[in-house]
Design a protein around this ligand. Structure first.
Ligand code: G4P
Length: 189
């Protein structure tokens, strides 16, 4: 998506060797217009798939997920990150290990909000190692619902998330695909 790539070039900041900070328009301060355009783009990409639910994980996935749900006119559910060790028994859960943050999050979705006949589109802000999306896929599988695909705002192709999802046969659509950070510049595919 051209507008997103331009915004990343203009406002993104590279931290270390593999992290892109986009907090001025994506995951801290939010540009609603850009977010809406992303939602409409995801909706177009998946418009013929009979999607009836959008799934994401808090917190940064929520904004693009809502815009996609609005464009497709379907409900949006976000997995909560559970901090306590005791889990209620009316939830589907998965453990998500973050290589970026080196922490494990227990994510959960109330069983009332995911049914076996749901055709689910997963939306997230970043695809790095794929662990968040795989956690959501695991939850959809537990509910015996169907994963139709994953819509990603920014994919870092030099990490192995895409490969992990390909191995599971999941269709992935990314709005910006970063090839590398060369000399402090973001290079897209
Ligand atoms: P993975 O899900 O693809 O395996 O990613 P990973 O574990 O490496 O990343 C975990 C968290 O870090 C996620 O946020 C993800 O959105 C974020 N992240 C990954 N790469 C980048 C990056 O280059 N830039 C930024 N800004 N974030 C990145 P989270 O822990 O779920 O937190 P939240 O922000 O959604 O609350």
């Amino acid at each position: 998506m051209k507008a997103l790539e331009e915004r990343i070039k203009q406002d993104g900041r590279i931290i270390g060797k593999d992290v892109l900070k986009v907090d001025s328009f994506l995951n801290h301060q939010i540009d609603p217009k850009l977010m809406q355009e992303m939602g409409m783009t995801f909706a177009e990409l998946f418009q013929n798939e009979g999607i009836d639910k959008i799934l994401t994980v808090e917190s940064s996935g929520i904004a693009p997920a809502i815009m996609t749900g609005l464009a497709l006119d379907v409900p949006v559910v976000f997995a909560r990150k559970n901090k306590s060790l005791t889990l209620p028994d009316n939830v589907w859960t998965a453990d998500v290990y973050s290589f970026t943050k080196q922490t494990t999050n227990h994510i959960m979705i109330d069983k009332r909000f995911l049914k076996s006949n749901d055709r689910v589109l997963i939306i997230d802000d970043f695809l790095a190692n794929g662990q968040a999306v795989l956690g959501l896929v695991s939850i959809v599988n537990q509910a015996q619902a169907t994963v139709i695909g994953a819509g990603i705002v920014i994919e870092k192709t030099f990490q192995n998330g895409r490969r992990q999802l390909d191995e599971q046969g999941i269709r992935v659509e990314s709005l910006a695909r970063i090839k590398n950070f060369n000399d402090g510049e973001v290079e897209f595919i």
